[in-house]
Design a protein around this ligand. Structure first.
Ligand code: ASP
Ligand code: MG
Length: 405
């Protein structure tokens, strides 16, 4: 008998009919001889609706009360799902996060799970019941309700699976797995049967939004086998997120991620002196602006150009800051471009295969796509290009690396 933690997201429980559908799903797994713990999100749109109501009362609602409010969405779905299971003749019990002691720190709206006391859940499982737990929420040491950040039900599920030492954590969502790239951009994108944790982390942080990043990190850290599946399709094994070296032959490239939300800033003609990078990026980080890629070219005539990328929403603020910095540094000028995108190739196989970068650059140049910036890590190569080349760039690389076969 396997112990499986299943998580159903907002769309999967978006209506009463869908909740009944989930109940049938759960029963099917149950009848196949598994022990099941289910974690659910709020019905789709519900968390936003609750936040909207709060915002209409106060511009800065109390963080504590916000968590009391937004955690209610999940309390609705756990109860309804249990009722639907009862109608199918299954024994099931629902619990909120605090009821099953999902202990977190006190950082309201972005709390981190510190411990789960799984005794109560375990007792129900042993009594033959299906346990349904509210995602996204916990309780801090003072007994106050906390929430884990948007999309946090994924993390609840993974943490539950880790605490119970479950055989698998299955995330049911509205897509049937992790794809080589976004199928809305490249219709030939292919579902991956497997992807490694490292690759999944890169894909997630580079803009592929299938799983909450923190959930993937958590699963990697606690060795929880994680699977992404469709809650709508009747068939299919989804995508298994695996550990490298477990008999899995590493593909060279797992997929292509992209990020549309970037902007680029350059300070031209900064003096080539110690401390300049700090003088430029210090004020940026003091303003809580996150920097992604950084490139400084080799100095010439005792000056250098310094370029970095940030989130597009921070562009105006960052440019303003740089203008002041540039003046103080007696740099030549500040240039910026908010119409750029980042496209990244991801694959653990890069470690052992040479020539990936040159193949990537050759493919892009053949299409006349100008590369503005390049950065690499052990398992990824990212390029910044004009945003008008996003679709073409992704499709070109998808084909060049034969990801559709
Ligand atoms: N209901 C929460 C949200 O909308 C948590 C989740 O869905 O995972 O972010
Ligand atoms: Mg979600």
């Amino acid at each position: 008998m396997a112990l499986v933690v299943q998580k159903y997201g907002g769309t999967s429980v978006g209506s009463v009919e869908r909740i009944q559908h989930v109940a049938r799903r759960v029963k099917k797994y149950r009848d196949a001889g598994n022990e099941i713990v289910v974690v659910v999100s709020a019905m789709s749109g519900e968390t936003n609706r609750l936040i909207g109501m709060a915002k209409s009362i106060s511009g800065s609602p109390s963080a504590r009360e916000m968590d009391v409010l937004v955690s209610t969405g999940e309390q609705v779905t756990i109860a309804l799902l249990c009722m639907a299971l009862h109608e199918l003749g299954c024994e099931a019990r629902s619990y909120t996060g605090p009821q099953v002691d999902i202990l977190t720190d006190s950082a309201h709206s972005k709390a981190r799970i510190m411990n789960i006391d799984q005794a109560r859940v375990r007792a129900d499982i042993e009594a033959g019941r299906i346990v349904v737990v509210a995602g996204f929420q916990g309780v801090d040491e003072y007994g106050d309700i906390t929430t884990l950040g948007r999309g946090g039900s994924d993390t609840t599920a993974v943490a539950m699976a880790a605490a119970l030492k479950a055989d698998e954590c299955q995330i049911f969502t509205d897509v049937d797995g992790v794809y080589t790239t976004d199928p809305r951009i490249e219709s030939k994108a292919r579902k991956l049967d497997q992807i490694t944790f490292e690759e999944m982390l890169e894909m997630a942080s580079l803009g592929s939004k299938v799983l909450q990043i923190r959930a993937v990190e958590f699963a990697g850290k606690f060795n929880v086998p994680l699977r992404v599946l469709s809650s709508f399709a009747e068939e299919g094994d989804g995508t298994l997120i695996t550990f490298e070296g477990k008999g899995v032959e590493a593909a060279k490239i797992a997929g292509i991620a992209f990020n549309r939300d970037e902007a680029k800033l350059t300070v031209r003609g900064v003096p080539d002196q110690p401390g300049v990078a700090y003088k430029i990026l210090g004020p940026i980080s003091d303003a809580n602006i996150e920097v992604d890629m950084i490139v400084q070219n080799i100095a010439h005539d005792n000056t250098a150009n310094f370029t970095f990328t940030i989130h597009r929403t921070e562009y105006v603020k960052a440019k303003q800051i740089l203008q002041n910095v540039a003046e103080a540094l007696q740099a030549q000028e500040v240039l910026g471009d908010e119409k750029i995108v980042k496209i990244s190739l991801v694959g653990v196989g890069m470690r052992s295969h040479a020539g990936i970068a040159s193949r990537m650059f050759a493919a892009l140049s053949k299409e006349g796509i100008n590369i503005q910036m390049i950065s690499t890590s052990e398992i990824k190569i990212s390029v910044v290009v004009d945003e008008k080349y996003l679709e073409l760039g992704v499709r070109t690389l998808h084909e060049a690396f034969e990801l559709d076969t």
